[in-house]
Design a protein around this ligand. Structure first.
Ligand code: NIG
Ligand code: FE
Length: 398
């Protein structure tokens, strides 16, 4: 099966590793380009050339062609919604105060425990189709709204089914350490031990990553280290929700453990920035969460200028960020976090792929990579933030 995309204005980062620092801003540009995809794998990306008859010939008409977007941080599978909590926050309540009153993650936990597997699947599947329409070809999805054994495994099975039946590639993460479940209040260490002794082995066939909400009032640095070290020994790749609400040194812990990514980082310290800059850990920023929580944005400029590899992701979840809007994310990254368009594209493609340990397979348009492409409705990538919040994706190839 041969797919040829011709008359393409190609913009792509190149390589099989994350781009750090200023490298993020330079994209490879092929103005009169062509991409040839054979059996799902790119065999050629370069100037327009003659080719044998294609099974699928797509004339991009000079429009911009980018690698498929990678949304490397979502909480895609959940029961219920929390619109009332959103309005409480708009009136001045904090995310943590709602959580302390038994709402927040515990609210979605109750709804997710009560929702059957099929319903969870169909709800998440609709979101996946909507993400695909905005150019996302790979998404990460976390458990973490069950916290008991059965519901965590139920969520992970749903993620597995989405991966095999859904429209895009799905990567699975076990996030049992998303909150302290109500029956373990005051016994956080016991919950960590429960996950280590009873959950990690069972979840392993269903999850590639292990993640933890490392935060004041949730899981401490010591508890996070204990869990993640055990997960690493069992073959998980690691992620952390780090320095989101206050600084706890989560970024430093991510670098110390060789985590694939440290996510959020609104309150990362200078020492944390230095630790990430000197590591292979990706700094994954989630601007729509900061926007929806009315918080300061993560210091993207400082991270990039210090030599970190920055990825952008949605954090789609029913609480802090009920949005997976790629156009909004790009606009916030450019307007409020002062990233260039080129940097946002790298952050959403090659660096997003690296945040999933998958930069050898996806994230750029070059021979050997999976044929995941986005064709825009414009030849000009500056339109992405300028046409603020508008979806400019015309066609997705995956
Ligand atoms: O990444 N901070 C922790 N977890 C999610 C929020 C989940 C929720 O509120 O349901 C986040 O923002
Ligand atoms: Fe999250």
């Amino acid at each position: 099966m041969l797919t040829v995309v011709t008359n393409a204005n190609i913009f792509t980062p190149l390589g099989t590793k994350a781009k750090h620092g200023t490298e993020m801003g330079s994209l490879h540009h092929i103005p009169n380009g062509q991409v040839e995809i054979e059996d799902g794998i790119i065999r050629y990306a370069g100037p327009v050339r003659d080719h044998e008859p294609a099974d699928r010939l797509i004339d991009a008409g000079g429009n911009a062609v980018l690698p498929g977007f990678v949304d490397s941080h979502t909480h895609l599978v959940f029961g219920g919604y929390r619109p009332d909590e959103f309005m409480w926050r708009m009136r001045g309540d904090t995310y943590m105060s709602i959580m302390e009153r038994g709402g927040g993650i515990a609210n979605t936990m109750r709804a997710t425990r009560e929702t059957n597997e099929d319903e969870l699947f169909h709800k998440a599947l609709e979101y996946l189709h909507a993400m695909h329409d905005m150019g996302v070809t790979t998404v990460e999805a976390k458990s973490g709204y069950g916290m008991d054994r059965d519901t965590e495994l139920k969520q992970l099975r749903v993620i597995g089914r989405l991966a095999s039946e859904g429209p895009i590639n799905v990567v699975s993460t076990y996030l049992g350490a998303h909150a302290v479940p109500p029956d373990y209040k005051g016994r956080e260490d016991e919950y960590i031990d429960f996950m280590i002794t009873e959950m990690l082995d069972e979840a392993k066939p269903l999850a590639e990553f292990c993640d933890v909400f490392c935060e004041k009032g949730v899981f401490s640095i010591e508890q996070s280290r204990h869990l993640l070290q055990a997960a690493k020994e069992k073959g998980y790749k690691l992620k952390l929700h780090a320095d989101e609400i206050v600084n706890t040194g989560g970024a430093e812990l991510a670098a110390e453990l060789g985590a694939v990514s440290a996510d959020h980082l609104l309150h990362i310290s200078d020492a944390g920035i230095e630790a990430l800059a000197n590591s292979d850990t990706i700094a994954t920023l989630l601007p729509i969460t900061a926007f929806a929580l009315r918080e300061e944005y993560a210091p993207a400029r400082k991270l990039i200028d210090s030599g970190c590899a920055v990825a952008l992701a949605s954090d789609f979840n029913p609480g802090s960020c009920f949005s997976y809007s790629i156009p909004l994310m790009i606009a916030l990254a450019c307007i409020h976090m002062r990233m260039s368009v080129e940097e946002t594209i790298t952050a959403l493609t090659l660096n997003g792929a690296a945040a999933l340990g998958a930069a050898e397979e996806i994230g750029s348009i070059e021979p050997g990579k999976v044929g995941n492409l986005v064709i825009l409705d414009t030849d000009n990538i500056n339109m992405l933030p300028y046409h603020t919040g508008i979806n400019l994706v015309k066609q997705v190839i995956n």
